[in-house]
Design a protein around this ligand. Sequence first.
Ligand code: GLU
Length: 293
Amino acid sequence: MATGAGRFAPSPSADLHIGNLRTAVLAWLFARSTGRRFLMRVDDLDDRTHADIAARQLDDLAAIGLTWDEPAQWQTAHPQRYHDVVAELADRGLLYECYCSRRDIQQAPRAPHAPQGAYPGTCRDLTDAARAARGEETGRPPALRLRTDVITYTVHDVLHGEYTGIVDDFVVRRGDGVAAYNLAVVVDDAAQGIDQVVRGDDLLASSPRQAYLARLLGHPEPVYAHVALVLNEDGARLAKRDGAVTLAEIGMPRALEQIAESLGFRATTLEGMLDEFDADRLPRHPWVYRPDS
Ligand code: GLU
């Protein structure tokens, strides 16, 4: 049995829907079934003004029966944690200032084989003078990017096996001075002793960047399990307009029953699901959600 921890880390951008709750249940099941602690983190760096949404998310997670072993941590509560790591990377000569806007990046000329979605390297090798000129020209404070020495990186995922994805010179601190998601996740997971990351498979493509950064910082790669998302009947990501999708709308115990059914469990309680849990038997396809009528 492991001694580390698993976690669920919602961003407080909207109330959790049944798909998010299902991912949280899976994260809890993965953690508990492997003897890990389970932690909760509010990823509020991007949604700093949404404390009310975060509070409702935590209430909903508790209402479906999830328990976590420490009080939830809020990312905005410890900016120094990110500062220190950014300073360390800067000292090691691994960061550079980037003045590119999203549009600059889209329009930049690319080498013929450059991977789609990768930063084209516009600001990577500027001379000090050219960098200062870019700064003056744009009038924007720079983001800080990581100078990476790979193009791709391979992670191991419990559900996806070996997964190789792009590692470009990704942003670690945004132009507004706030830690970027990829840095914050890695720093927080390490600081909280998290060694198992269970989350939606929309984040699978981010895991090579995060694992690469973890390695640079001397942290072990967590065990990853990227679980299939929930879709609406049109095959699009589930959203509020799809009808009754939040806990307030679905109610208990129905929400947990729906989650249990979607995962193929006979039990409809969390403890019962834990008894039946077998990662190898989890459905690998997205769950198409049809609200009860
Ligand atoms: N906060 C991120 C989200 O809600 C998830 C972070 C993670 O699980 O690594 O999309």
